[in-house]
Design a binder for this molecule. Structure first.
Ligand code: CMC
Length: 431
């Protein structure tokens, strides 16, 4: 088969430019439109970036029509079955799965970096008692650059590596501290004898007054959820990290920007929104009425946890989470959870409804994750911080991939201007 070629033609003047084709290993090719403006004096227009690649990347591949998600070539379901979150973090950062020695060293490195500076811990007392943990997470992660400016030379690979370890190790400690601030309990120092997710559960739920035993089933459930959330190519928060990072800003500031972008209900905030939606519906008998409201565009109500910009088929993560959900609830003796029953009914009705079928709206990763989090005792406003902890791995990997690329340019989109044409200022007494 001959290599495809594409050109752009001005149909009036006949001016034509050939668009270079950028090929990857899987998925559609990209058309390089970088010279369209300088050669044809036009911009390309794609708000929402439905057809626009912002970069080349070797980290994650999604085929939205087939429901495929690969990290560095490995299907996410296989990784969730055979690996730990830390193992997957190593893979995402380094491109290959670690051998036993490499995993041990990486794991030890992450464990060694879990503590945060004592003055940083004091920041939490400055937040109002009812501050949303995502607000605290954004602020505190942004301020990390004030503590670790010894390793923010973006050009130094060793600095980048230390940043990666620090960021991945400290984000659970920061999230747990935000939770403790929210519920008015003393902060718990990390226990580096514990694995990543056990440590997080310990920091959230232990209190100094009594011993705390981490439930290994709960820790493994969290580990699987974190694997599924670890990366998702150029989603809104990752693109935000890349855009902020493209200016050369310090990496902690770039990650804070990503956390802020994740918070929105169209993105990572959806897991919190799903639980709120289930609470509002309240009972299986009210599902048909709710679905009617969703289908009525004037209501402005969406079925949260449904739909995805890229997946036009089942989100592969949602399938795994659904199974995990049943497993966790059974283990905790909560298999008759009314919210799970409600979610399943909602899913069943939506999947059989023409409105959702025609638009290819399927459950996404956030539809069931909140039910597991809730069963594990994690409060609703901590759901999005959980997502942020896992996605930190992806953000860090993308930042490193971008910053190490010698062809990096500042991300600076253009616009089609729709404001007034040039005009003169009329002095204020004549307006
Ligand atoms: N409920 C009802 N209708 C929907 C929904 C939904 N959840 N999602 C999309 N639609 C409709 C939308 O109204 C539009 O209909 P029409 O063609 O008649 O105008 C059509 O489907 C296409 O929607 P869109 O808004 O153009 O799609 P998008 O790719 O811009 O948005 C989305 C993707 C995820 C923001 C959207 O599906 C949504 O708001 N879902 C609910 C929020 C959610 O669950 N977000 C989590 C996404 S997965 C985790 C993550 O990425 O963080």
């Amino acid at each position: 088969m001959s290599t495809p070629s594409y050109s752009l033609v001005n149909n009036v003047t006949g001016e034509k430019i050939d668009l270079p084709v950028i090929s990857g290993t899987l998925g559609p090719v990209g058309l390089d439109v970088g010279k369209v403006y300088s050669q044809l004096d036009v911009f390309t227009y794609d708000p929402g970036f439905s057809s626009t690649c912002s970069t080349k990347s070797a980290i994650t591949y999604i085929d939205g029509d087939a429901g495929v998600l690969l990290y560095r070539g490995y299907p996410v379901a296989e990784l969730a079955e055979h690996c730990s979150f830390i193992e997957v973090a190593y893979l995402i950062l380094n491109g290959e799965l670690p051998n036993a020695q490499q995993l041990h060293e990486f794991d030890q490195n992450i464990r060694r970096h879990t503590m945060i500076n004592e003055s940083l811990r004091a920041f939490f007392n400055g937040f109002r008692y009812d501050a949303h943990p995502m607000a605290m997470l954004t602020g505190v992660v942004g301020s990390l650059s004030a503590f670790y400016h010894d390793t923010t030379n973006n050009k130094d690979p060793e600095h980048r590596k230390i940043f990666a370890h620090r960021m991945i190790a400290k984000i659970p400690t920061i999230a747990a501290a935000a939770y403790k601030r929210y519920c008015g309990q003393p902060f718990m120092y990390p226990q580096n004898s514990l694995d990543y997710c056990s440590n997080l559960l310990y920091m959230m739920f232990a209190v100094p007054a009594e011993p705390y035993q981490v439930d290994p089933v709960a820790a493994r459930a969290l580990d699987v959820l974190f694997i599924l959330h670890a990366d998702h190519e150029q989603n809104a928060s990752t693109s935000t990290v890349r855009m902020a990072g493209s200016t050369g800003t310090n990496p902690y500031a770039a990650i804070a920007a990503g956390i802020a972008a994740l918070w929105g209900p169209a993105h990572g905030g959806a897991n919190e929104a799903v639980l709120k939606m289930l609470n509002e519906i309240g009972d299986v008998s009210r599902v048909p009425e709710f679905i009617r409201k969703v289908k009525d565009k004037s209501s402005g109500v969406r079925l949260m946890g449904f739909g995805h910009r890229v997946y036009k088929n089942f989100d592969p993560r949602a399938k795994i989470i659904r199974e995990q959900c049943h497993k966790v609830l059974k283990h905790l003796g909560k298999e008759n959870d009314p919210q799970l029953e409600l979610a399943m009914k909602l899913e069943e009705i939506a999947l059989n409804d023409d409105y959702f079928r025609e638009r290819k709206l399927y459950p996404n990763v956030d539809f069931y994750s909140g039910i597991i989090y809730k069963a594990l005792g994690i409060p609703v406003n901590m759901f999005t911080p959980m997502f942020a902890i896992a996605r930190t791995v992806g953000w860090v990997a993308h930042w490193i991939e971008m910053i190490a690329d010698p062809t990096l340019r500042i991300a600076r989109p253009r616009q089609v201007y729709t404001g007034p044409a040039e005009r003169s200022v009329i002095p204020i007494n004549q307006r």
